[in-house]
Design a protein around this ligand. Structure first.
Ligand SMILES: [Zn+2]
Ligand SMILES: [Zn+2]
Length: 426
């Protein structure tokens, strides 16, 4: 064998990942897989079915989203001139699927959960890619459903170790009562513009609700005196909110009424945020609430829409800050230790035989000393190592070593499977 030919690199420097994107490495996957496992289990308990929608949709679907602020869609125009966009969040594709497959005719209540990458362009003109998961309910639901989805979420976070999750909840009204409160706010902020930040002054006429969410210190002093939205709810919204809060009390879930939680342009009635307080730094895990006019705005029937969306990134960040770690649990039953080329070849057959008997063996990849391989077996918490040296490879035998005690015994290849099974209790 000659030396492999040297290849001239096609690029000056290997490109790095784009700013705003992440690689989910195996250390992330250990806890992420655990989270997804709990997500799947709880979805089953609460009767949510999985839904996957495409990455690209007709850009018109995201009209509501583009009204949300300066963040933009990542879009393309195809050869027919159709403008399509990468989904910035899953909600709209999920709503489109509900309408397109006429779920409103099939069942009274549709409950879906999803898990999918999303992307958009930030106000700083950077592409932001996130892995989003969420729950969505369409159909005939009462205030108790809001309390129940919060119940599910708090349980989900608790099961992965985030026990200090705080609920911040508000009701921003409906198309009937929200304009009245907006007018009240507009009048309130009218003569206070000198104390507000630049963007709040901009919003003071068009969308004074946004001022309530401002984090600026001087704005906060003004906001503290502002009228409270729940005092201006119509009878329908007020009744709904009371049902939600009574449901939460019934479930023993503490909540903070928080006027700063205002949701999105498509939000109606209940809006809520879940925040991890498991470390010194508060992390927003996601947002939820109603989007009751969404299906109608897409041409469908009047449909209650209740949901929640969060990202992998925020869960990982909260777990990291709270110092909650997940080690990847090894599924390996036995460790194969071949010594030399002939032994390596022989263990290929042994690996397959073990696999055929449902015994998971570590896969031998490269040369390493017996000491290194046994150390690896120990750190992987594998109790049995099967050692094949040159002599054993020729004789058709295998050394079985108890990793913890170091006791060794010689077996023929024919007997080794039975012996391993016996020791593993399989
Ligand atoms: Zn209302
Ligand atoms: Zn402000």
């Amino acid at each position: 064998m000659g030396r492999p030919k040297k290849i001239t690199p096609a690029v000056e420097k290997a490109p790095s990942r784009l700013e705003g994107s992440i690689d989910l490495l195996s250390e992330h996957h250990s806890c992420w897989n655990f989270f997804v496992d709990r997500l799947n289990n709880l979805s089953q308990t609460f009767s949510y079915s999985k839904l996957d929608t495409p990455m690209l949709e007709d850009a018109k679907l995201f009209k509501f989203w583009t009204e949300a602020g300066p963040e933009q869609l990542l879009f393309f125009t195809d050869h027919k001139g159709v403008r399509m966009a990468v989904k910035p969040t899953n909600l709209f594709g999920v709503a489109r699927a509900y309408l397109e497959h006429k779920f409103f005719e099939r069942e009274k209540v549709t409950k879906w959960f999803y898990l999918s990458p999303v992307a958009h362009i930030t106000s700083e003109q950077k592409v932001k890619q996130l892995h989003e998961y969420g729950f969505q309910v369409f159909g005939d639901t009462a205030g108790i459903a809001d309390a129940q989805i919060i119940n599910l979420l708090i349980r989900l976070f608790k099961e992965v170790g985030l026990t200090g999750v705080g609920l911040h909840i508000n009701n921003i009204g409906c198309l009937e009562c929200r304009p009245i409160f907006k007018e009240v706010l507009k009048n309130f902020f009218k003569d206070k513009k000198y104390d507000l930040c630049e963007s709040c002054v901009e919003y003071s006429d068009s969308n004074p609700l946004k001022i309530l969410a401002c984090k600026n210190l001087s704005c906060n002093t003004v906001i503290a005196e502002a009228p409270v939205g729940v005092d201006y709810l119509c009878e329908n919204c007020r009744r709904h909110f009371i049902d939600v809060l009574e449901g939460l009390e019934e479930l023993n879930i503490p909540f903070n009424l928080n006027q700063k939680v205002i949701g999105y342009p498509w939000s109606r009635k209940t809006v809520f945020e879940l925040r991890s307080q498991d470390s010194n730094q508060e992390i927003k895990l996601g947002e939820g609430g109603h989007a009751d006019d969404l299906i109608q705005s897409l041409g469908g029937p009047a449909t209650v829409a209740l949901g929640f969306a969060g990202t992998i990134q925020s869960v990982l960040e909260a777990l990291e800050l709270a110092n909650i770690k997940y080690s990847s649990r090894s599924k390996v039953d036995v460790f194969l230790v071949p010594l030399g080329e002939l032994a390596a070849k022989k263990t290929l057959r042994l690996f397959t035989d073990l696999w055929n008997h449902n015994i998971m063996a570590s896969e031998f990849i490269g040369p390493a000393s017996i000491k290194t391989q046994l150390k690896l077996a120990e750190s992987n918490k594998v109790s049995i190592a099967l050692i094949v040296g040159q002599k054993e490879a020729r004789d058709g035998t295998v050394i079985l070593r108890d990793v913890r005690s170091g006791m060794q015994e010689l077996f023929t290849v024919e007997r080794i499977i039975e012996e391993v099974k016996k020791r593993l209790g399989k």
